[in-house]
Design a protein around this ligand. Structure first.
Ligand code: ASP
Length: 351
């Protein structure tokens, strides 16, 4: 369900309120945070009315906790942005923090040729609470979505996450802390901007697609993907059982260090059999920073020989959503393997 609220005129920003802590209130009986509607949120941020912008809000009804986020909702977001694209200068998506990095990553692939800002934000404390971080996050995100450069072009035509003074490329982010206001990290890519007294932008890092190309919304995602974290003692029978499943088309292998795995013959064989059967297996590291380099140690090389492809320095969120996106678009696993190593929306660097 949708609700529309018009605030003002001038730069036009669309606020899409999906849910999350930012709009919640505390149930005084149970103590739990429960979703509330956009009226509540707006009442708590009267500052929005002071912007000389036209801000319109689209509310998910009911709002959702981001643990319930799904590819269906990503498609809905793409549809909303695509439908309203020409009428707004930028978009702000209010979202729960728990899966914000997944949504930001997915949207970065689904909104090809994006030439306007799509800024995701949320908060760790509900906006009605005295010490809330939500107000600053929301107000600054709106300002970033409306910001223009000297030529009058959108300052950050990317899907990004704004949180606690920092603006990140969305598909580089990871939720890092369950408690801190400073909840997000972009470990393998510097921030795109910083909000102090002024909002400053790292203009040399910001991607600028060809503005002549129209927005190309994508709606195809194949969710037959899994992620496995390697650990000492990983049981052969369980792995074989998983790999044998026909339903699994893509697998993210979260390896050690620079992309290493135990040297069991059974593991190399199981991986080889799975790739021969057409499954796409992508290697990303369990480390918070750094890049996969499968040729560096023997323990990584065997993965290369088994047909595993490098996920370079992608986050788990980017790797999973990109795999869904590519499997949704290409039937040929060789094409998917090749594309996993290419940067589609600035999500990886190769070594
Ligand atoms: N559980 C909430 C959510 O992700 C947490 C938050 O918004 O911070 O929707």
């Amino acid at each position: 369900m949708m609700k529309n609220y018009a605030f003002n005129s001038k730069p036009r920003v669309m606020l899409i309120y999906t849910g999350g802590t930012i709009g919640m209130i505390q149930n005084h009986t149970t103590g739990a945070f429960e979703a509330f509607n956009f009226d509540h949120l707006r009442a708590n941020v009267p500052e929005l009315n002071r912007f000389d912008y036209a801000i319109q809000a689209y509310q998910f009804d009911p709002p959702i906790d981001s643990s319930d986020m799904s590819p269906e909702v990503w498609k809905k977001l793409v549809k909303i942005i695509n439908y309203n694209y020409d009428n707004y200068d930028g978009f702000v998506i209010l979202h729960g923090t728990d899966t914000m990095a997944y949504t930001a990553s997915a949207l970065s692939f689904m909104l090809e040729n994006l030439s306007k800002p799509v800024v995701l934000t949320g908060s760790q404390l509900p906006i009605g609470m005295l010490r809330t971080d939500g107000k600053e996050n929301l107000i600054t995100a709106v300002e970033i979505a409306a910001a223009r450069d000297e030529e009058g072009q959108p300052m950050v035509p990317e899907v990004c996450v704004y949180f606690q003074q920092r603006l990140f490329r969305g598909n580089r982010t990871t939720k890092f802390s369950a408690d801190n206001f400073n909840a997000f990290r972009s470990n393998n890519f510097p921030p795109l901007g910083h909000a102090g007294v002024d909002i400053t932008y790292a203009t040399e890092l910001i991607r600028h697609p060809d503005r002549m190309l129209p927005l190309k919304p994508h709606f195809l995602l194949d969710t037959h993907v899994l992620a496995i974290t390697l650990f000492p003692g990983l049981e052969e029978q369980l792995v074989r059982h998983l790999f044998a499943k026909e339903l699994v088309k893509g697998l993210i292998l979260r390896t050690f260090g620079s992309g290493n795995a135990p040297q069991h013959t059974w593991l190399a064989n199981a991986l080889k059999e799975a790739t021969d059967a057409g499954k796409v297996i992508v290697n990303i590291t369990q480390c918070q920073t750094g890049c996969v380099e499968m040729g560096r140690y023997e323990t990584g090389r065997q993965l290369l020989d088994a047909g595993v492809v490098s996920g370079h320095n992608m986050t788990i969120e980017a790797a999973i959503t990109k795999l869904m996106f590519l499997l949704g678009h290409y039937d040929d696993p060789r094409k998917v393997r090749y594309m996993m190593g290419q940067s589609l929306a600035g999500e990886l660097d190769r070594k």
